[in-house]
Design a protein around this ligand. Structure first.
Ligand code: G3H
Length: 333
C-alpha cells in the first residue's frame, strides 16, 4: 500500500457520506452472466492465506491508515437489550471516535465514523443524537438477521425505517433463493427492497456463511448489484461464519466486474467478527489492491463492527505515547 504522509492534515480522506452519491440504478437480470460466474476456491483460499502475513502498510504510516479505517466504520449495536441510552452513548462515540489529545498529538483534524448502525426501534434516538453531525443512521431491516418474516412486512419495515430517518438500509436477502439457484426470485426481491428504500442507500447482506459455496457468493453478489444494491455486505454478524478474506476476495472481484461492465461503483462492507486494528489494515490493503484508491472512502467502504473502534483507539494511543519521538514524530519530520 502506498504510504500516507502521517503528518499532513489534508492527507486524510474526506469523509463522503453515501447520501451525497447517486444510487446504483441497477440493470436487467443477466442470467448468462450470473451463471458464468465462477470461483476457484483453492486459488482464492491460497491467495487469502497470504494476505495477513504481508506487511502492507509501513509502520510509520499505520496510524494514518487506522484513522482512515475509523472513518469507514459503521459503528454498530445490534443487541436484544439495546436501549436509547446505549445508542446515545454510541452516537457520542461516533461523533468523536478519537480523543482530541491523541488527534492533536498526531496533528490530525477531527474525524467521525462512517455511520451508526442500529435496529429499527433505535433509529429515533440515533437520529436525534446525531443531529447536525452529518453522520447517517443505518438500520437493519427486512426481518434481520434471518429475513424470514412475511415479505410484505419486510418491505413495510424498510418503509418505516426510512420514514423514521434512516439514510441507509441494510437488508438481508433470502438465502434459500441462492441455495436453490432461483436468481430471478433473488433479483425480484432485491429490486422491491431497492424501490422501498427510495433515496436511502441500500446495502445487501448476503449472509455468506450460509450460502454454501464461494460460487454462490459470486453469483448472489452479481444479482444484488444488478438489482440496484449500493453496497454488498458479507454478514449480519449473527451467522456462525461471518466476514472472511476468501469471501471478501470473491465479492470484491464481483464489484470489479460489475464496475467494468456498467461503470457503476458498488461499495463493500465486510461485517461480523472484525475487531482488531491489524485486521482493519489487511482489509484496507485488500480494497486498494483489488479495487484501487477510490474504494478507500466511506462512501464505498465500510466495516460493520461493534468493537473494532476500541482496538484501533488502543493502537493509536500506543502510537502516540510509546513511539511518539521515534515513530510518528520522526515520520512527520
Ligand atoms: O453489521 C455489523 C455486525 O453485526 C457487527 O458484528 P460484530 O459485533 O461482530 O462486530
Amino acid at each position: 500500500m502506498t504510504a500516507q504522509p502521517s503528518h499532513a492534515k489534508a492527507q486524510l480522506p474526506q469523509v463522503t457520506h453515501p447520501a451525497q452519491e447517486p444510487g446504483n440504478p441497477g440493470m436487467e437480470l443477466d442470467l448468462d452472466w450470473v451463471r458464468a460466474a465462477q470461483a476457484n476456491t483453492s486459488a482464492i483460499e491460497r491467495r487469502a492465506a497470504t494476505l495477513p502475513g504481508r506487511r502492507s502498510v509501513k509502520k510509520d504510516f499505520q496510524a494514518a491508515w487506522l484513522l482512515r479505517a475509523i472513518t469507514c466504520i459503521d459503528l454498530t449495536t445490534l443487541s436484544g437489550d439495546d436501549t436509547p441510552g446505549r445508542v446515545r452513548r454510541l452516537c457520542a462515540k461516533a461523533r468523536q471516535p478519537v480523543r482530541a489529545d491523541l488527534l492533536d498529538a498526531m496533528g490530525m483534524d477531527p474525524i467521525t465514523v462512517g455511520a451508526v448502525c442500529v435496529y429499527h426501534d433505535m433509529i429515533a434516538p440515533a437520529v436525534e443524537a446525531l443531529d447536525g453531525s452529518g453522520i447517517p443512521v443505518a438500520a437493519v431491516s427486512t426481518g434481520f438477521p434471518a429475513g424470514l418474516s412475511p415479505f410484505r412486512l419486510r418491505v413495510e419495515e424498510i418503509t418505516e425505517s426510512v420514514a423514521a430517518g434512516a439514510a441507509e438500509i441494510d437488508i438481508v436477502i433470502s438465502r434459500r433463493h441462492v441455495l436453490t439457484g432461483d436468481w430471478q426470485a433473488l433479483y425480484d426481491e432485491m429490486r422491491i427492497f431497492r424501490e422501498a428504500c427510495g433515496a436511502a442507500h441500500v446495502k445487501a447482506i448476503l449472509a455468506t456463511g450460509e450460502l454454501g459455496t464461494l460460487r454462490n457468493v459470486a453469483r448472489a453478489s452479481l444479482v444484488c448489484m444488478m438489482a440496484g444494491a449500493d453496497f454488498i455486505k458479507t454478514s449480519t454478524g449473527k451467522e456462525s461464519v461471518n466476514a472472511t478474506l476468501p469471501v471478501s476476495l470473491v465479492m470484491l472481484r464481483a464489484i470489479r466486474a460489475y464496475h467494468a461492465r456498467t461503470g457503476y461503483r458498488v461499495g463493500y462492507k465486510p461485517a461480523g467478527g472484525i475487531s482488531k486494528a491489524k485486521d482493519a489494515l489487511v482489509y484496507l490493503s485488500l480494497m486498494k489492491e483489488e479495487l484501487g484508491d477510490r474504494w478507500l472512502r466511506s462512501d464505498l467502504f465500510r466495516f460493520g463492527a461493534s468493537s473494532l473502534l476500541g482496538d484501533i483507539e488502543r493502537q493509536l494511543e500506543h502510537h502516540v505515547t510509546g513511539a511518539y519521538s521515534v515513530g510518528w514524530r520522526h515520520a512527520a519530520g
